[in-house]
Ligand binder design. Structure first.
Ligand code: SF4
Length: 290
């Protein structure tokens, strides 16, 4: 298998076979994201991808999950993805799940019939960067999408029985907009009702626009205790009627939380309350990772 540049995948795909079907991110404008700044977006030729799958089959006896990278691989035309998924079915009959990064635009552009074809070929989990429920923050970070589009995209796939795993970023509103970020994100999750929510905490690499904003004093990061405060307000604003797995156990998080909402709401709020005002319970800055 051939990999080009740094390859990123969601934490829950740590043991998956990763196949690059696109290189980079077609959007590549988010002000906090440095993942694909060194890559010019392009679609990998189909024969290269199919050859990688053949090669992976010769290396691995058992492949339980496959993740299709890079950044927003659902941007691929449906027929192209279909060919890849058919090859996966043929070569890896034991594979239980194929996942992919998807932007709301990718999801909304595809018809329900197209998405159903992909789902029936095993593509059953989409990872969506929600980032924030606030329209103003989405505008400032140049996400290129509105809260309504995000909600519509997630509901669309969940209704088709494709699991949505949506990430949001603690601290993305800075000290100026932290309350708006928390309340609007909680409300967005309530309206989306995704299968999974992952809460990361903002960490920035030099070279990103938001990093430059911090250096110039235009954006103030939250302190660790402010992040806990924000997480509490966010969870208080989530009201879902169906099960939603909520995790903030990424390497970037100060406070590790895991539960299934709505059932574990009180438990999560109690953990947050315990951590509130007690910085000793939070991850040391030196151990945080992107
Ligand atoms: S956050 Fe996602 S959509 Fe935005 S630039 Fe990074 S990979 Fe692309």
């Amino acid at each position: 298998m051939r990999y080009e540049g740094m390859v990123y995948r969601p934490p829950s795909e740590a043991y998956s076979l990763i196949i690059q079907v696109t290189i980079g991110c077609a959007h590549n404008k988010c002000t906090f994201c440095g993942m694909y700044k060194d890559k010019q977006f392009r679609i990998r030729p189909l024969d290269e991808v199919l050859a990688d799958l053949d090669s992976a089959r010769s290396y691995y006896r058992h492949v339980d999950r496959i993740f299709l990278a890079d950044g927003d691989a659902l941007v691929l035309p449906t027929e192209h993805l279909q060919r890849i998924l058919e090859k996966i079915r043929e070569l890896f009959p034991e594979c239980r799940r194929v996942g992919i990064y998807a932007t709301p635009g990718d999801i909304l552009r595809k018809t329900p019939d197209e998405l159903t074809v992909l789902r029936d070929l095993g593509l059953t989990i989409f990872y969506v960067g929600g980032e924030s429920g606030s329209a103003e923050i989405l505008r400032r970070i140049k996400k290129g999408v509105s809260p309504e589009q995000l909600i519509e995209a997630v509901r669309k796939i969940e209704e088709l029985d494709i699991a949505a795993s949506v990430t949001f970023i603690s601290g993305l509103g800075g000290q100026e907009l932290w309350q708006e970020h928390a309340t609007e994100t909680g409300r967005m999750i309530s309206r989306m009702e995704p299968s999974y929510v992952g809460l990361l905490t903002l960490m920035l690499e030099p070279g990103t626009e938001l990093y430059a904003d911090i250096q110039a004093g235009r954006f103030q990061l939250l302190t660790p205790l402010m992040v806990v405060e924000e997480t509490g307000l966010l969870v208080e604003n989530i009201e879902v009627k169906r099960d939603c797995v909520f995790r903030s156990n990424h390497a970037s998080n100060y406070l590790s939380l895991k539960g299934t909402l709505p059932g574990d709401r009180a438990k999560l709020l109690k953990q947050i309350e315990t951590a509130r005002g007690n910085a000793a319970l939070l991850k040391d800055e030196r151990f945080r990772l992107l």
